[in-house]
Write a protein of this length. Structure first.
Length: 194
């Protein structure tokens, strides 16, 4: 049990954050003013009230996590849920949904975010550009052959293109690793070729 001394009764939000816990991770009414001698029980924030579909505002220093969220089909630029490793950003009252990302490993960060925000059912892997987040659509090999290296042209037949930036994707050498990451993060098997 933590005892928090105060001169002027703070809000429960201010007291919680004074203990180093971002208000986005605590459930209930945090606008209540503390009363002398009172006891307050705190519980983790319910993640069921998050925006659906989930969209994220990911700090620049979590760029690898943003790419992985796009891999799963989520918008990771300027969304409603703040993901950061900067505790002070989560203390802003305007931030309603957020997470102080604990892990330093981008793959672990992805698993953490999917677990905490219960995203497995919403994941749509390989549907967004990992660079810009634009939607991917299938393109005929003949239509993009002039943009491919000879080895890629000879080896692969299925291609998708970003509708926003034009970047091309195909199930190359890293595809098996990416499928394994998707399966690990979501806890679900995915087809070898989405």
């Amino acid at each position: 049990m933590n005892v928090v001394p105060f001169d002027v009764p703070p809000t429960l939000k201010d007291a919680v954050e004074g203990l180093g816990v971002p208000h986005t991770e605590v459930g209930g009414d945090l606008d209540v003013r503390l009363a002398d001698g009172s006891t307050y029980d705190l519980f983790p924030a319910a993640r069921d009230d998050r925006p659906v579909p989930a969209t994220f505002d990911v700090d620049d220093h979590l760029a690898a996590l943003a790419r992985r969220l796009r891999l799963l089909g989520f918008v990771a630029d300027g969304g409603a849920i703040l993901l950061t490793r900067n505790r002070s950003r989560l203390k802003r009252s305007a931030v309603r949904h957020g997470r102080l990302v604990r892990s330093e490993d981008p793959d672990e960060q992805l698993c953490e975010v999917v677990r905490v925000f219960r995203l497995a059912d919403e994941a749509r892997p390989f549907t967004r550009c990992t660079a810009c987040g634009g939607p991917l659509h299938a393109v005929a090999k003949a239509d993009v052959a002039h943009r491919l290296e000879p080895g890629t042209l000879a080896t692969y037949d299925e291609f998708t293109e970003c509708g926003s930036c034009g970047r091309l994707y195909w199930p190359g050498a890293h595809h098996a690793r990416l499928v394994a990451l998707v399966e690990r993060a979501t806890g679900r098997r995915w087809p070898a070729r989405p």
